[in-house]
Design a protein around this ligand. Structure first.
Ligand SMILES: Cc1cc2nc3c(=O)[nH]c(=O)nc-3n(C[C@H](O)[C@H](O)[C@H](O)COP(=O)(O)OP(=O)(O)OC[C@H]3O[C@@H](n4cnc5c(N)ncnc54)[C@H](O)[C@@H]3O)c2cc1C
Length: 468
């Protein structure tokens, strides 16, 4: 592995950093055919804004800012579900280790705190994977839900947890084909569901838009920002949370060195839990793609649309709209994906997306078509063209996890938990599932990648029609 000097932005010389004290445990995970390279500047950085409805106003800081050069046993970059669940498990496995969880944004400001809030065991069925791999992903997601629920219950985290299951639905022929595939997959995995006819769906949800559906129990609908912040606040003292501090450079070595603003963080082991920002830190470039997806939420509706006070709908058609009725009687619509490098979640793209969301709302609830949106926002996630996930070791004492393709709350949580076991050199009964997940597929170099992906997503959007 090559070593390079730190391109320090610091205005003061750096004081020496204590040498690492702990031996690295024997690695259980196989090493990939390439390793973490020095990072001199992230390719792109997380952005934030105040457009997500989940964080109501400025939030109290969690943790403490960096004020000196620091040595820790493990530095985890990224305080989303993956990083947080990794930190929780690692602190439990190795209570004497000093762990730092560092994030460029405040906890809850990135995708983990600005998503649609579906904590799901089975999101979609991937026909190419066969039963065993699909079942493995579902088992991993179930593990993620169980671990998160355990912490939520143990620490009394208030995140509006609603365990009423969700509806997987279809609108047109394309959607019904996708739903039929999902149904067969659920049967093959031996998972339970209840068929819903359009009349039953209309009575429960208050829309006649859906022509077929299934009700699936498990997981939860919740407020994601309250959950991630609660998970961060529940961390033990051995985990130091550093918010609003981007990692600017990484110099891999026997002791990895991170430059974070004016200060240097040195660590024996490094975990990159940056999902859509893995390529920005030099990992899986061209394999993990930073996509953005967008959502809008209405003001409270004048009346409850159907018989259920809150619910969540999952489209099985890839480009369909996710729709939720929130507990305060507002409708959330998530729809639209964009691949841009760097990802775009700014005001102008959100304004364009709001028009699409308005059309999605009008199709489903014509009587509420004019209810204003209080918020429209976007978030960055890591996507792979073959729905594969990143999990494992990327060199000596360097680990990474990301690209959870739509079920990042549960799968990211599970993989973070399992990665902690790998970092600590501890066996876990489900580790083999994580290690045998499909590897991200190669995509052509730029500009062919951007042109190809933009054309493909546009075409898929066209095919989706009324599912949007
Ligand atoms: C609108 C929307 C709706 C979604 N709905 C759902 C849903 O309902 N259910 C579901 O399961 N998933 C959903 N997702 C996807 C889900 O949010 C993600 O898969 C999940 O949050 C991934 O978690 P993570 O911890 O791996 O990554 P993230 O939450 O993206 O965390 C990565 C962190 O790394 C930090 N970071 C990156 N670079 C640096 C750096 N250089 N220095 C320091 N920190 C850095 C970022 O600030 C970020 O906090 C949705 C996503 C969006 C955007």
């Amino acid at each position: 592995m090559t070593h390079s000097t730190i391109s320090a932005r610091a205005s003061e010389p750096l004081s020496p950093v204590t040498a690492p004290t702990r031996p690295r445990p024997r690695a259980l995970a196989p090493e990939p055919d390439y390793a973490l390279e020095p990072v001199r500047k992230p390719g792109y950085l997380p952005q934030t804004d105040d457009r997500s409805p989940w964080l109501d106003g400025p939030s109290m800081p969690i943790g403490t800012p960096l004020t000196a050069n620091t040595f820790v046993d493990v530095a985890i970059v990224g305080a989303g579900f993956t990083g947080l669940m990794c930190a929780h498990a690692l602190a439990r496995l190795r209570p004497s280790w000093q762990i730092m969880l560092i994030d460029a944004l405040a906890v809850g400001e990135a995708a983990s705190g600005r998503n649609s809030g579906y904590l799901m065991d089975v999101g979609h069925w991937q026909p190419k994977w066969g039963v065993e791999t699909n079942r493995g992903v579902a088992d991993l997601s179930t593990l993620g839900i169980e671990r998160i629920e355990q912490i939520v219950e143990g620490h009394g985290i208030d995140c509006d947890w609603h365990a009423g299951g969700r509806y997987h639905v279809a609108v047109n022929a394309r959607g019904r084909r996708a739903l039929a595939t999902f149904r067969e997959g659920m049967k093959a995995m031996g998972r339970d569901f209840v068929e819903m006819d359009p009349t039953e769906l209309a009575a429960r949800l208050g829309t006649q838009h859906y022509t077929e559906g299934m009700h699936v129990d498990g997981g939860a609908l919740l407020n994601p920002a309250k959950l991630v912040r609660g998970l961060a606040e529940a961390l033990p003292e051995s985990v130091r949370v550093v918010e609003r501090q981007q990692v600017d450079t990484i110099t891999p070595g026997t002791t990895h060195r991170l430059q974070a603003g004016r200060y240097q963080v040195s660590c024996s082991q490094l975990v990159l839990a940056t999902n859509g920002f893995l390529p920005a830190l030099g990992l899986e470039r061209g394999r993990v793609l930073p996509f953005a997806t967008y959502a809008s939420v209405t003001e409270p509706l004048p009346r409850q649309p159907g018989s259920e006070a809150q619910w969540g709908v999952v489209p099985e058609e890839k480009m369909g709209a996710t729709v939720r009725l929130l507990p305060d009687n507002r409708l959330l619509i998530r729809n639209g994906v964009r691949y841009r490098n760097p990802p775009q979640i700014g005001a102008s793209v959100c304004a364009a997306m709001a028009k699409d969301h308005r059309a999605s709302l009008a199709r489903r609830f014509p009587e509420f078509a004019d209810v204003p949106f209080s918020h429209t926002w976007g978030g960055t996630l890591g996507v792979t063209t073959n729905n594969a996930t990143v999990f494992g070791r990327f060199g000596d004492g360097a680990w990474a996890c990301g690209a959870h393709n739509g079920v990042g709350m549960s799968l990211g949580g599970a993989l973070g938990h399992l990665l902690a076991h790998e970092v600590a050199g501890e066996k876990h009964t489900l580790a083999h599932l994580a290690r045998s997940l499909p590897q991200p597929a190669w995509t052509p170099p730029e500009p062919f990648r951007s042109v190809g992906i933009s054309a493909y997503t546009w075409f898929l959007g066209l095919l989706a029609g009324e599912e949007k």
